[in-house]
Design a protein around this ligand. Structure first.
Ligand code: NI
Length: 221
């Protein structure tokens, strides 16, 4: 009986796998389209769709409860990631890559690395308090700043960067995950959007791009 059903089970598994792959592709395309992205360069930098503008002002709180805005980083680059501290894999990977990219850049040119501030902004402000987000960020890199704020402030900055997020279904103990787009953004010295990197871009590739953009700014300023 079971043996006779094997081809059926096989076909079912194959179609389930196909649905899974199709869902993953659809999710990625939706992510990219909603983020204003129309492709990727080989170094992980996203190609932004025409007419899309990204970035903007923000007012959030750091670990000490001080209000931090884009003006605090005038003259520096911001390397930004949005996520949540309970993220099981994507956020730690991205933040690790950002931290490693800063260190790689620092080995090549310490002044260039100093010109880039790595920043983590939570999209889960209900759980990620100032202390939590600050400790989390500085665990990845001593210069990484963790920011949180009231839900409206998080919403506003997420909208500027076309970051989409939603709360997952809580388990019985109330624990939940957040769904979120996970690009890494590079913002220039005048708070202008410079570039963004796809999730999973290698630290070396981010470092190369940082070096190129920082050098370009140094040359023109
Ligand atoms: Ni995440």
């Amino acid at each position: 009986m079971f043996r006779r059903n094997l081809p059926v089970i096989g076909a079912m598994l194959a179609s389930l796998a196909a649905i899974g792959v199709a869902a993953l592709i659809a999710w990625n395309q939706l992510n990219q389209a909603s983020a204003g992205i129309s492709g990727a360069r080989t170094n992980g930098e996203a190609v932004i769709a025409p007419g899309i503008s990204l970035g903007g002002p923000f007012a959030l709180q750091n670990h000490a409860g001080q209000t931090v805005t884009e003006a605090d980083f005038a003259g520096q680059f911001m390397l930004l990631h949005f996520g949540f501290t309970n993220c099981p894999d994507v956020c730690p990977t991205e933040l690790g890559n950002m931290a490693a990219a800063i260190d790689i850049l620092g080995d090549r040119n310490p002044a260039f690395a100093e010109a880039v501030v790595p920043i983590f902004i939570t999209i889960d402000p209900a759980r990620d308090t100032q202390d939590i987000v600050g400790d989390y960020a500085s665990a990845f890199h001593p210069r990484m700043i963790g920011l949180t704020g009231p839900p409206e402030a998080i919403d506003a900055v997420a909208k500027h960067y076309r970051v989409y997020y939603s709360q997952g279904k809580p388990s019985e103990d109330g624990f939940y995950l957040m769904n979120h787009t996970s690009f890494v953004y590079l913002v220039g010295p005048e708070n202008e959007f410079v570039s963004m990197f796809h999730s999973g871009t290698a630290a070396d590739d981010i470092a190369d791009a940082l070096e190129r953009y920082v050098r370009k700014t140094e040359a023109t300023s």
